[in-house]
Ligand binder design. Structure first.
Ligand code: S0N
Length: 289
């Protein structure tokens, strides 16, 4: 197929009422699905703020990611920012208070941390499609994605120690895994910005493409992934995160093992015996080497 993709405002998969256009409720993001492709695209839509996020942005992102997870026609999710100047510039500094970022009720929130966990645990690949700045909390969002495809104008970096913040969670530990402990210290201590080519060399991203080709290339990667076994990809994502995510990582991977076991004759025998009020007979199942 050609790279041409037809994006349609996403119909929500579930949500009780069945399918419906819940995009009406979105103010800070755009949520689309590619017609007949298995690709969802979630776009942070605050270009006048370089796609900085506020608590509402995060709430909307979580809702869209949740839908993309539930929709079994979706196999890959793209996270991006509106326009070419920024993927995301982190938390909206105008709303920063003494306890997070102010929501409409003036309650401070750090709900981006919940979004980071959601992306890590989501059993489908999430691809960050980056044009322009991915800095601060926006840089962390691309790091928690499974893959990052950058345009030549992309710029990566942390600003925390300069603007009075830091991410001592995934923003530190995942970075150290990606670029190594020395380079991670450099990124955080110096708050330098890095070009797309430098980022590629550091192992921070997967590839760099001309800006005009960014979506075309990203869709190509999505299609390559979508040709492969969804179960294999699901288990691999869990496995690749398991050690770093500790008990939660093992739980995710363990859940996949349970999911697969339910489909086996051996697993079914246990449930059937219980339902038939008889002792289970596992004698025919091999104790494999
Ligand atoms: C991105 C930069 C480098 C772009 O520079 P450029 O192209 O020169 O544009 P500007 O003229 O600077 O910006 C255009 C307009 O956009 C506004 N704007 C840009 N970024 C933000 C922002 N983050 N918040 C609010 N407004 C922003 C500008 O003010 C400007 O507006 P006007 O036109 O009205 O003047 C440059 O903009 C830049 O350096 N931006 C700030 C980057 C930054 O420091 N981000 C915050 C870093 N900290 C975090 O993200 C917090 C980390 C985090 O999320 C977290 C981690 C762990 C635990 C919790 C949290 C949490 O806080 O949630």
């Amino acid at each position: 197929p050609t790279h041409e993709v037809v994006w349609k405002k996403a119909k929500f998969f579930g949500d009780g009422e069945g399918y419906g256009d819940n995009n009406k409720e979105f103010v800070d993001i755009i949520y689309e699905k590619a017609v007949g492709e298995g690709i969802a695209k979630i776009t942070i839509n605050r270009p006048e703020r370089r796609n900085a996020f506020r608590p509402q942005t995060i709430k909307e992102l979580m809702r869209a990611f949740n839908d993309a997870r539930d929709d079994s026609s979706v196999g890959v999710i793209i996270l991006t920012g509106k326009g070419t100047k920024a993927f995301c510039s982190g938390g909206d500094q105008a709303l920063r208070t003494q306890d997070g970022y102010a929501d409409p009720n003036d309650v401070g929130r750090l709900n981006v941390l919940d979004l980071q966990v959601q992306i890590r645990r989501l059993p489908k690949p999430v691809i960050a499609m980056v044009a322009g700045y991915a800095v601060g909390g926006g840089h962390i969002l691309h790091m928690v994605c499974d893959l990052t495809i950058a345009a030549e104008n992309a710029i990566f970096g942390q600003t925390g120690p300069k603007v009075g913040s830091f991410d001592a969670g995934y923003g530190s530990s995942i970075m150290s895994r990606l670029v190594g402990p020395k380079k991670a210290r450099e990124m955080w201590f110096m708050t330098r910005f890095y070009s797309a080519f430098e980022a590629e060399k550091m192992g921070l991203i997967n590839t760099v493409v001309p800006l005009d080709d960014l979506e075309k290339e990203t869709v190509k990667w999505c299609r390559e992934i979508l040709r492969n076994s969804p179960t294999a990809i699901r288990v691999l994502k869990a496995a690749l995160n398991a050690v770093d995510d500790g008990h939660a990582g093992l739980q995710e991977l363990g859940g996949d093992a349970t999911l697969l076991f339910y489909g086996t004759e051996e697993g079914i025998e246990g449930r059937t015996a219980y339902m038939q009020r008889r002792p289970p007979d596992f004698s025919k199942f091999p104790r494999r080497p």
